[in-house]
Design a binder for this molecule. Sequence first.
Ligand code: R5P
Length: 296
Amino acid sequence: MIVIGGSSSEALASGVAKELGTKAGALEIRRFPDGEKYLRILSDVKGQNVAVIQSIHHTPDELLFEYLLLTDALKDLGAKKVTAFIPYFAYARQDERFKGGEALSFKTVSKLIESVGTDEIYTIDMHQHRVLRSSEVFRIPSHNLSAMPLLADYVKKNGKLENPLVIGPDAEAEQWAKLAAERLHSDYDVFEKKRLGDAHVEVRPRKSNANGRDVLIVDDIISTGGTIVEAVKILQSQGARHIQVACTHPILAPGALEKINETGVVGVFGTDTVPSTISVVTVAPLIAEYAKKTAG
Ligand code: R5P
């Protein structure tokens, strides 16, 4: 099995290769003077199972195109099987037509990924709010893994939680709150969220009371930070003791982290699906575990 990372996930690919006791395959990627992309695979991939790791962030269109060039070339060069590991899958949020005439981006991106010969795909905590299973979109075998157990383990290892409570800031976060709570042997609840604009949300509590408890807020994405800030305000008004925030994909729009830190939370962290200053948990062992399985 050869592990190859695209330009968004080179470090992660090296981590996965290390877990598998090998070295990541090499690529040469540069731009022609007119801005077009040049990609060359420097490893011999003929007859090999290849795991391609490429998060589609921070420049989603470019990184998606790079994935298409890479996988098409791998198949053309005789790779036996290409398994895509797309830790952060961009465009999953545009999974329906909210306003007449909108592009169904999720569907288009999925079709493109299949069209170059991807044999199987793994994502991590993909935004699945209305589409509940990736098999509703992909025709190739697809799997959505979760980094929540790894994030919860990090919390456990790095500080004692007194009377812990896990909170998901909206109904969709219940899947992640449940996983983290199982790991922390705690209870969990979710808030109700209404999106008022790209950067504005309204969050309301449901039944839990965080008074005197250490709280871990979990979500798939932190983008503008608006969701987390509103959730923190509720927990503080209930009298929560220490509040920590964990997310799988720290997309972090400008100012997001500062906004969250100003609330006085004791920690904000995420994984390296999207490399950032708070990416302290690596998903390399998770990807390596499934890369091994997929190679058969
Ligand atoms: C959407 O519902 C997601 O699960 C996240 O809650 C959302 O993307 C966070 O966005 P923001 O940080 O901009 O509030």
